[in-house]
Design a protein around this ligand. Structure first.
Ligand SMILES: Nc1ncnc2c1ncn2[C@@H]1O[C@H](COP(=O)(O)OP(=O)(O)OP(=O)(O)O)[C@@H](O)[C@H]1O
Ligand SMILES: [Mg+2]
Length: 236
């Protein structure tokens, strides 16, 4: 059984339907990529998984249980944690305060302090900058804060929207290495990217979203060799 399974999902904004009959599976321990051009519906899909948007048709099954109708805070408590596009940090709060916001729903869990130490081992730059205001960091560092904050919520499924957008290649390399480390620690990751090459090179399985529909799916290494993908998304 997949850790998370989406079945026949339709999502609309008012009268405008954006996602059409989406079927997708995320196996425990994997890195799955969801790729597609600007406006394909990737963020809409993540917001639906996180309980921020309702859906008209279909179902989302987590660990064998439907998430239909659950509010977003209940979904977060299950460990389905969304690192949003554009990072959405609290710029006037310190790095550490931002990270602790990620554990907000865990209230007085005595393990929060240990998790903070652990997150700092994954992101040593954030440890150095922990007393700095988040708004004063570089774009790449802010992306690290957004991801580290997500990890403080103890994800079982880690949803990362447009991690690489607008960042220099060297920083993206660092972030990708962190994604692999997070995955090796047992976390399941959904990488949502406009950068199709990056996402396919760093995932096990992938779905290609085109104007709200799953146009292709398969093992990432095979999709990388697919002539249609090469032509449309890799500019070859
Ligand atoms: N709040 C909203 N109300 C109405 N339409 C919306 C809303 N948000 C997004 N859309 C529309 O839904 C479609 C999918 O948008 P979405 O943001 O999910 O795409 P995306 O794949 O994440 O794009 P990008 O790569 O630019 O992040 C687009 O046509 C967009 O204009
Ligand atoms: Mg988006």
């Amino acid at each position: 059984m997949a850790l998370l399974e989406v079945k026949n999902l339709d999502v609309s904004y008012g009268d405008v339907q954006v996602l059409w009959d989406i079927n997708l599976k995320i196996e425990k321990g994997s890195i799955v990529a969801l790729v597609g051009s600007n406006g394909a519906g990737k963020t809409t899909f993540l917001k639906t998984l996180s309980g921020l948007l309702n859906y008209q048709k279909g179902d989302i099954i987590y660990n064998g249980e439907s998430l239909k109708g659950l509010p977003s805070d209940e979904i977060v408590k299950k460990g389905i944690i969304h690192v949003p596009e554009g990072r959405r940090l609290f710029p006037d709060m310190t790095v550490e305060e931002n990270l602790l916001m990620g554990a907000y729903h865990r209230k007085n869990d005595p393990e929060i302090a240990g998790d903070l130490d652990h997150v700092y081992t994954l992101f040593p730059r954030l440890k150095e900058r922990r007393k700095q205001k988040a708004g004063s960091l570089s774009g790449g560092e802010q992306q690290m804060v957004a991801m580290a904050r997500g990890l403080m919520g103890r994800p079982t499924v880690f949803l990362v929207d447009e991690m690489s957008l607008g960042l220099a290649p060297l920083i993206v390399d660092d972030l990708i290495e962190i994604v692999h480390n997070i995955n090796k620690e047992g976390n399941t990751v959904l990488l949502v990217e406009q950068d199709v090459q990056l996402a396919l090179e760093n995932s096990h399985y992938a779905y290609v979203l085109d104007t709200g529909k799953v146009a292709m799916k398969g093992k990432s290494e095979e999709l990388l060799k697919n002539p249609e993908i090469k032509k449309i998304y890799l500019g070859m």
